[in-house]
Design a protein around this ligand. Structure first.
Ligand code: ADP
Ligand code: MG
Length: 701
């Protein structure tokens, strides 16, 4: 084993020592030379530009001034003293203010001395001041100019107390870099570096900390971002390759009677080209002899259910059982009914299993299942339970997969000795960069076309004071024979307060739409399953005109006559969720509407988000906007993934670099999937390194 200087303890960097090492470890998880080396600055200050005091305004981010201290004063009482100093240059004066660390400032500052001051101008009682500026004497400033771009490192209160503020970190960073110079290993192969003229790693590391100029910094950043994205993509693609190689899968060699019968006689309408293409992709997977692992993405209403059913029939034709798992009971029973109706006279034994299936029925159902008498089992999380045993499970389909946790999904795969084929479906449109990472090891099919004849939903934003207008509009629509959803945000089904919102809303609607002219259904998560089903049925049968509900109807529900969706407190939903809800309407031939209700006072950002909904009907555009506004951490279904934690790359802004990195990773997997080639030893070594340090790459399936 060769000695790797970068794995040395941080303690041995000049200027660190045991005490600082301890705190660096505790506060920012830096333990080795390597950790510190990769602790990149979050910002840089251009210290070459000096403003005059007259020029500055509170809207400026950071400014640098040069002047003389002409007055100093301590104000306030014992506990809340502050130190104010007046800085003067040829154009005027400005106040510098400190609330903390006064002792140190007192020692450093003196009336008459000249300082170079760096900080953020802010407005205080109508006057500009600069709180907690950095101070340099003309001598120390000279030294700073060695780098025009001064790095800023994030730090903590405790680190600051032992001298490791940003400047202190920069100091030990300099010491570290001086000691490891010449020993920073290259992590990209030389052919790649040459082909694309990529800066070497050592150069990039030096320049990310202490760049000479913007151009150098830009190149260093790009190189380090590329490296980070490249290894994530390569890891995902190698995992996928591995799966192909290793995993045996059932071969569904025939497309038999049931499929043909259904296709030629039971299809209620012609498939869209996108649906046909996806079925072809799936059929090819099923015949290969390796396990299918496919994600089906398609906007709400694009017709994923039918694709699922056709896939299930292929499995049945090959004498395999199928499980279809969905996140809610409402959706499970809807799918069950739709599928039974579509199958009509085709001999496919289909059953429904949910948490509220009665014990006796459940018992006989489980028996039938184990004997192989059931062909399709549709249900909720109830399918995961150990008592649910299949005779020969060949295919698992998961609808609205983002609603399930990774562990829940994985349990389904365990229900067959040979892993079943897997199709996960989602309507959550995920921007390309994110999909590439989150679903990087899956095959992806996309339904990018809506069934013909759909009119785009018209969306409006109304504030609470326009409620009477909303009611008038609802009456109009009901008079035309339409039905209406009114949805309240109940993110956590257990939150009492919000349930109150829903009940209040229900009452005021009951007054505005009284019996016997109108009837209203209500559904929420606290109701018993039978009660929910009863209320749903009344709405489905058009016995009620309005359905008041929480987001339990968010996914999957398909009632074509319901053509108006009213969303209360719309500003409290994420954009993707609003889009899902809106997808409940516009499924029939009638013009559909979505009304977003919000408070009269709404933040600028809230208004902007709702206006995106008003303007766009395209799930992908909306997801892009959502990502840009909220960042990837908040996107539905992405929370649990460690894949989105990058040191330097930014999944929103660095799409170009990511696409480029993925392209190269694809090339490598195609020509040297074992990483055996001499020219790829560096890659092999780095992959092994990463495997050690990174927690298991989380798979979506
Ligand atoms: P989602 O993709 O959101 O699950 P669904 O499968 O629920 O969408 O389909 C939405 C609606 O579109 C359903 O009423 C379904 O019957 C209808 N549909 C599906 N495919 C077609 C098609 N090719 N032509 C016309 N209507 C279709
Ligand atoms: Mg669906």
């Amino acid at each position: 084993m060769h000695y790797d200087p970068l794995s040395s303890s941080i303690e041995y960097v000049k200027g660190v020592g045991p005490k600082r090492a301890e705190l660096l470890k505790k506060e920012v998880h830096i333990t080795s030379f390597n950790d510190l080396m990769m602790y990149y600055p979050f910002r840089y200050a251009d210290r070459s530009k000096i403003f005059t005091i007259k020029e500055i305004s509170p809207s400026m981010p950071y400014v640098q001034l040069k002047g003389r201290i002409v007055a100093m004063q301590e104000l306030g009482h014992k506990r809340s003293t502050r130190l104010v100093a007046l800085l003067e240059d040829a154009t005027g004066t400005v106040e510098l203010v400190w609330f903390k660390g006064l002792k140190w400032i007192r020692e450093k500052l003196a009336v008459g001395k000249i300082f170079i001051v760096y900080g953020k101008p802010s407005l205080f009682s109508g006057k500009i001041n600069i709180p907690h500026p950095e101070l340099e004497t003309p001598e120390s400033y000279e030294q700073l100019l060695g780098t025009t771009l001064q790095p800023f490192y994030s730090t903590t209160e405790k680190l600051r107390n032992i001298g490791l503020d940003s400047k202190g970190i920069a100091k030990i960073m300099r010491n570290l870099l001086a000691s490891i110079k010449g020993n920073i290993p290259e992590t990209l192969p030389s052919w790649l570096i040459k082909r694309y003229n990529i800066p070497r790693r050592e150069e990039a590391i030096m320049n990310i900390h202490f760049p000479q100029d913007e151009q150098q910094l830009g190149l260093a950043r790009k190189r380090l971002k590329f490296e980070e994205l490249f290894y994530v993509q390569l890891g995902l693609l190698l995992a996928k390759h591995d799966r192909y190689k290793k995993s045996k899968g059932h071969i569904f060699s025939t497309v038999g009677d049931r499929f043909h019968h259904f296709y030629s006689q039971n299809l209620p309408f012609a498939l869209t080209d996108a649906q046909k293409r996806v079925i072809k992709e799936i059929r090819s997977d099923l015949g290969k002899g390796t396990q299918m692992n496919r994600l089906l993405q398609g906007d709400v209403g694009s017709g994923k259910t039918l694709v699922a059913l056709l896939t299930m029939l292929i499995a049945n034709d090959n004498n395999f059982q199928v499980a279809l798992m969905v996140p809610t009971e409402i959706l499970a029973s809807q799918h069950y009914k739709t599928i039974v109706a579509l199958l009509n006279n085709i001999p496919v034994e289909t059953r429904l299993l949910t948490g509220s299936t009665k014990a006796a029925k459940r018992k006989s159902l489980l028996q039938e299942l184990e004997q192989g008498d059931i062909n399709i089992l549709i249900g909720t999380h109830a399918l995961i339970e150990e008592s649910v045993i299949f005779k020969n499970l060949g295919l698992v389909i998961i609808d609205e997969q983002h609603r399930f946790g990774v562990a829940q999904r994985a349990k389904m795969w365990g229900k067959s000795s040979v892993p079943p084929h897997i199709l996960v479906m989602t309507a959550t449109p995920i921007p390309r960069t994110l999909a590439m990472t989150l679903y990087g090891d899956l095959d992806v099919s996309v339904i990018d076309e809506m069934p013909p004849g759909r009119k785009p939903v018209k969306t409006f934003h109304l504030t609470d004071s326009k409620r009477l207008r909303l009611f008038a509009f609802m009456r109009e629509q009901i008079a035309l024979g339409r039905q209406i959803y009114v949805v309240y945000p109940l993110i956590e089904e257990s939150e009492k307060l919000e349930l109150k919102d829903l009940m209040d809303g229900y009452e005021s609607l009951s007054r505005a739409f009284p019996l016997p002219d109108y009837a209203i259904s209500i559904v929420h998560g606290r109701m018993k399953a039978e009660q929910k089903a009863y209320e749903m049925q009344r709405f489905i049968k058009n016995e009620t005109q309005i359905m008041v509900s929480t987001t339990v109807i968010e996914v999957g529900v398909d009632i074509p006559n319901a053509s108006v969706m009213v969303i209360e407190n719309a500003e409290r939903f994420g954009l993707s969720q609003l889009h899902q809800l809106r997808g409940r309407v516009g499924r029939g031939a009638d013009q559909a509407y979505c009304v977003l209700m919000s408070g009269d006072k709404i933040t600028h950002e809230g208004r902007k988000r709702l206006s995106i909904m008003v303007q766009s009907n395209n799930g992908f555009d909306i997801a892009e906007e959502d990502l840009a506004i909220r960042g990837p951490g908040d996107l539905q279904g992405t929370q649990q993934s460690g894949l989105l934690e990058f040191r330097i790359a930014d999944i929103v802004r660095d799409e170009k670099i990511m696409v480029f990195a993925r392209g190269i990773a694809e090339e490598i997997v195609q020509f040297d999937p074992e990483l055996k080639d001499d020219k790829n030893v560096v890659i092999k070594r780095q992959m092994d390194e990463l495997k050690k340090s990174r927690h298991e790459w989380i798979r979506i399936s």
